[in-house]
Unconditional design. Structure first.
Lengths: 404, 319
């Protein structure tokens, strides 16, 4: 469906806008561009990124971002005559800090918090637990959204290959922290932990014995300690996970699918869309980033003979490529891209053919996407001809997009 | 090979004579494509290669135009095989191997409650997946010979790959004895041995993938994992001088499409040059074992084996 209204209107009034998609499709940049647009229009916006790779900081022109909400100075936009009516803040989720803060906040006593923070397993695995990142992202969205400090939170989700990973992760984490199987298997150890026994009774059940053959008893004891330490905190975790789920599946939230036009990422976008549908979440819009511009749309000569004629009329010498180009290529140590001495007309014809092929492939893929999800508004952003690393660059994204 | 580069003819054979090549990098930088092209390059030299895929969807089999292999090894081309390494199946194989008894495994591990426990226990998925991959690389024997000359791991993106590759260190900090510790020890020594293992990082000539590649390489060094080549994918080489482009841009409507195409090409070429330089400035290529390998953009309309062959040639030529 070709969009009848700008994306910013589509997400107007939503409290959470989650951008989902596979890695490397420009999710973070889209999140920053949309956040900026909403802030300029007058909303108080927080863009929350999960990625430790400084992508958001890069595109906002900052060196780094931390686990604190950071206000972005929008005054550079005045150079373009744009006065922001709202406010933009950004924050990068630091997983370890977020976990530590949550433990301190949710534990029943300071002693419990200390016990968890000192637990060896907690220290090594809290940041790598399956679903840990996703749970924390959800937790932060819920917390920030409930604080009322912002009109809207734009969430740059973790790059999972599978949308279900992202949506189901909090559940999986909750399952892990509070599951009956865990109690059953580790039962004897949990008791040992609870009574603070220094001497560890050997596992009595065959299950525990067999597991211990694998891992050694030490590891199982660490696991048991870990679960004992968290005792009593599950209800808080669960309640918040349920709230997050309710928020994300309510009309207060919008999911925007981000993709690039390559066939693999289009396949993944379709997969994401199905996963969202299965979870009864509507895809509010699709953004296709990095669409190749079709040079043929500019008109003029395309074949080498026609180019030779056009060059002649414009009195441009059809000269072989010059040595300075070969020198530039040395840093790439790439061979055979521009055969030495290739005529200008030949290079132009070849380049035109290549750029047209790129455009054709992108066009074909976007049409395939549109045909499969005809009811979802689709926004196409061209491939930028330079990197975005400041606010003006971000602003340019929707100027060129027109509809964002 | 361009001027100013020292030829290293032995490097290529060296790279492909490792036991295990791990390919990782930012999402969308072509990990699976490079893994597939490496497999092709090795197979063309007569090596029998197993590609291990660990992400939700198999991509390497798709690149060869074959149906997904699933958790059973499937053949993709002459001398090229692949397998989808999944936690549940890897757990089963690993469990039976360690306990040396399928009956005991079924008795204990196939119980619903234990399956649930295993699914939820921290790091277990990574342990068994890495265990299976390392086993194929080092211990998978067939009539006294290694079944595979080379195992290629199409690893997850940056953060998840680091979590997977550092599982032995994490576990060994928690467990000091028993079969798990023994396994983690030999797996860690395999992963850290530059003669047997190389970790290739992929990037695109863009700001964020390049930043991420530099940070990833620093993290790999810190974890004592041997750095292999950095593959800079989708490179465009400069083709036009500024004077030529200005002239064509002013050449009137008959040259409008050509001018636009040249601008589009040159924008990407300038980024290719700029980010290759950023990588070199960050020390990439200083160690001959870990060169910068640019791979030209492939303009195939259908991305398949022909494109892989082109990339395999590009890799072979540069290495």
């Amino acid at each position: 469906m070709s969009p009848s209204s700008p994306l910013r209107e589509l997400v107007q009034g939503r409290k959470v806008v989650a951008l989902v998609g596979s890695g490397g499709v420009g999710k973070t940049t889209s999140a920053a561009a949309l956040g900026l647009r909403l802030a300029v229009d007058g909303q108080k916006v927080l863009v929350l990124t999960i990625d430790p790779a400084r992508r958001l900081a890069n595109s906002l022109g900052l060196d780094a971002l931390g686990n604190k909400e950071t206000r972005i100075d929008l005054s550079p936009l005045r150079a373009r005559g744009i006065e922001a009516k709202g406010e933009l803040s950004a924050m990068m989720l630091d997983l370890k800090t977020a976990w530590d803060e949550l433990v301190r906040k949710d534990s029943r006593t300071p002693e419990q918090a200390e016990a968890i923070l000192k637990n060896r397993l907690y220290q090594t695995v809290s940041t790598v637990l399956a679903g840990s990142l996703e749970y924390m992202a959800m937790e932060q969205v819920q917390r920030i959204s409930a604080s009322g400090r912002y009109d809207v939170v734009v969430l740059d989700t973790p790059p999972t290959a599978n949308a279900l990973d992202f949506l189901g992760a909090p559940d999986r984490l909750m399952d892990m922290l509070d599951n009956d199987a865990m109690r059953f298997v580790l039962g004897p150890m949990l008791k040992a932990g609870k009574f603070g026994l220094k001497l560890f009774a050997l596992p009595s059940s065959i299950v525990l014995k067999t597991l211990a053959r694998f891992t050694g008893a030490d590891f199982l004891r660490d696991v048991a300690d870990f679960f004992v330490a968290f005792e009593g905190m599950y209800d808080g975790f669960k309640a918040r996970a349920a709230q997050v789920k309710a928020l994300l599946s309510s009309p207060q939230s919008a999911f925007v699918l981000v993709t690039s036009p390559s066939s693999l990422t289009i396949d993944e976008a379709l997969f994401f869309h199905r996963a969202l549908s299965d979870a009864r979440i509507a895809t509010a819009a699709v953004i296709v980033n990095r669409m190749q511009r079709d040079p043929r749309a500019q008109g003029g000569a395309e074949s080498q003979p026609a180019l030779i004629e056009a060059l002649g009329r414009a009195q441009i010498a059809d000269a072989p490529s010059d040595a300075s180009i070969a020198a530039q290529q040395s840093v790439l140590s790439a061979s055979g891209q521009a055969a030495a001495g290739e005529l200008l007309s030949a290079r132009l014809a070849r380049t035109l053919g290549e750029q047209a092929a790129l455009a054709d492939v992108d066009q074909r893929e976007v049409q395939r996407l549109a045909a499969q999800i005809p009811s979802v508004p689709l926004y196409v952003a061209p491939r930028m001809r330079r990197d975005i690393h400041d606010l003006l660059g971000l602003w340019q994204i929707h100027e060129s997009l027109g509809t964002l | 090979m361009s001027e100013g580069e020292t030829p290293q003819p032995s490097l290529h054979t060296d790279l492909l004579s490792r036991r295990l090549l791990v390919v990782t990098g930012k999402g969308g930088t072509g990990k699976s494509t490079i893994a597939a092209a490496l497999a092709l390059a090795a197979a063309q030299r007569g090596k029998k290669v197993l590609v291990c895929e660990v992400s939700a969807r198999e991509r390497v089999s798709e690149l060869f135009g074959k149906p997904p292999s699933g958790t059973q090894i499937g053949q993709l081309a002459k001398n090229i095989y692949s397998v989808h390494v999944q936690p549940a199946e890897a757990m089963r194989e690993y469990g039976i191997m360690t306990l040396r008894s399928e009956t005991l495994y079924n008795l204990v591990f196939e119980r619903k409650v234990v399956r649930y426990f295993l699914r939820a226990a921290p790091s277990l998925a990574e342990i068994v997946m890495l265990g299976k991959i390392a086993w194929h690389a080092e211990k998978d024997m067939d009539r006294g010979h290694r079944r595979w000359d080379l195992v290629i791991l199409d690893a997850p993106a940056t953060g998840h790959a680091l979590a997977l590759l550092t599982v032995p260190r994490v576990i060994l900090s928690l467990v000091s004895e028993g079969p798990l510790a023994t396994d983690m020890n030999w797996i860690e020594s395999l992963l850290q041995d530059p003669k047997r293992t190389q970790v290739l990082v992929t990037a695109l000539p863009e700001e964020m993938p390049v930043n991420e590649a530099i940070e990833l390489r620093a993290a790999l060094v810190k974890e004592k994992l041997p750095l292999g080549p950095l593959v800079l994918n989708s490179v465009f080489a400069p083709r036009f001088t500024d004077i030529e482009r200005t002239a064509v841009a002013r050449g009137g409507p008959m040259l409008a499409a050509a001018a636009d195409a040249a601008d589009g090409h040159e924008a990407r070429a300038q980024m290719s040059v700029q980010y290759a330089q950023v990588l070199r400035d960050a020390g990439v290529g200083r160690d001959p074992a870990s060169p910068l390998v640019p791979v030209s953009h492939v303009f195939e309309r259908q991305f398949g084996v022909a494109a892989l062959e082109q990339i395999a040639r590009s890799l072979s030529g540069a290495l």
